[in-house]
Design a protein around this ligand. Structure first.
Ligand SMILES: Cc1cc2nc3c(=O)[nH]c(=O)nc-3n(C[C@H](O)[C@H](O)[C@H](O)COP(=O)(O)OP(=O)(O)OC[C@H]3O[C@@H](n4cnc5c(N)ncnc54)[C@H](O)[C@@H]3O)c2cc1C
Length: 309
């Protein structure tokens, strides 16, 4: 469907972000015979990781291979793709104008732009990110079960990461727990479960399986470190449209209903951009839930238009 200005091509749905959430929505909308454009910058959050875990039937697959396959599958149903960054979304008479590598009009917009992991400013962490330094015990805990592990504490919430990780290994050290504000009262819980507390990490080095954490008091040899990265949702486009947010322990996130519909009619937000806990299978499901609801909303509009005509 083409509508709007002569230059901009029109689509039923424009999807910003082609990670797990965006591609999943695109696949289902394409299969529903909707015209769909996916605009993607190509920087998925897990691009640093060689393997992805916990996704039924794809456990251990490369995250980038999953997305490549997803693009190929969606293409079969006519989904179009544009590479690059969307820089703005504006309301139009019948939907939204999306500005970026191409200008496109969408009757509905899905923003699936993910989040950025803000890492602590400790030399070496960035270099090891995705291999020797990771964030999620569910994603990477099994591979290092019963091995010496570390948690680089970054906030009082690192208390939860440490206790969780203890399920995978009893040889666990938390660096900088007190310094980031984990209350002294919590240290008894660490001690009761055999979790050691050490001084803050000054530097991290090594490679996968052989990580050295240096503190003011000495060095620790570990298999892997888990880092309390701060999630920063890539939600600027949604905020500029006026989408409401909800406060969470990790900061404000865009509010949605169960299908990803935001407070702004016609705008959906799916995956990590609106849900910090959206691991790949959750992001995939969120994309599907949004797609089916968007299709219904387009259908209702078409029924009303047919009646009016
Ligand atoms: C190191 C690491 C390892 C992980 N391992 C696992 C694992 O093993 N299993 C698991 O289930 N989960 C894992 N995750 C979590 C996983 O990364 C997320 O669940 C998943 O990426 C969420 O998908 P998404 O589609 O919401 O966002 P993303 O995958 O981040 O995709 C967002 C896309 O939108 C694009 N984009 C952003 N802004 C714009 C813009 N303005 N214009 C155009 N495009 C834009 C980005 O470039 C990106 O391509 C891991 C995360 C990390 C950091």
């Amino acid at each position: 469907m083409v509508f709007g200005s002569a230059e901009a091509k029109g689509f039923d749905v424009v999807i910003v972000g082609g990670g797990a959430a965006g591609l999943s929505a695109a696949l289902m909308l394409g299969r529903a015979r909707r015209s769909v454009l996916v605009v993607d910058e190509g920087l998925p959050r897990n691009r640093f990781a060689p393997h992805m875990h916990g996704l039924l039937s794809r456990d251990g697959m490369s995250p980038l291979a999953l997305l490549e396959q997803g693009r190929a599958e969606a293409s079969r149903y006519g989904v179009e793709f544009a590479e690059g960054q969307v820089t703005g979304i504006e309301r139009a008479e019948r939907g939204f104008v999306v500005h970026g590598p191409v200008e496109a009009l969408g009757r509905r917009v899905v923003v699936a732009t993910g989040l950025v992991d803000v890492l602590p400013d400790i030399p070496g962490v960035q270099n090891l990110w995705g291999t020797g330094a990771v964030v999620c015990p569910y994603c990477d805990g099994w591979e290092v079960r019963d091995q010496p592990l570390g948690v680089i504490a970054t906030s009082p919430m690192s208390r939860n990461q440490a206790h969780l990780l203890r399920q995978w290994s009893s040889d666990l050290t938390v660096f900088g727990a007190v310094e980031v504000g984990i209350p002294e009262s919590e240290l008894a819980g660490f001690a009761a479960r055999g979790i050691r507390v050490a001084a803050p990490a000054l530097e991290v080095s090594g490679s996968l399986g052989h990580i050295t954490v240096r503190t003011a008091a000495g060095s620790h040899e570990l298999s892997r470190i888990f880092v309390g990265a701060r999630p920063r949702p890539a939600d600027e486009l949604l905020r500029s449209l006026g989408c409401a947010t909800t406060d969470t322990p990790a900061g404000p996130f865009i509010s949605t209903d169960a299908t990803g519909q935001t407070s702004v009619a016609g705008v959906w937000a799916v995956g990590n951009v609106s849900d910090q806990k959206a691991l790949v299978p959750i992001a995939l499901g969120a994309g599907t839930a949004a797609a089916t609801q968007i299709n219904i909303s387009l259908l209702e509009e078409e029924i009303a238009e047919a009646l009016a005509a």
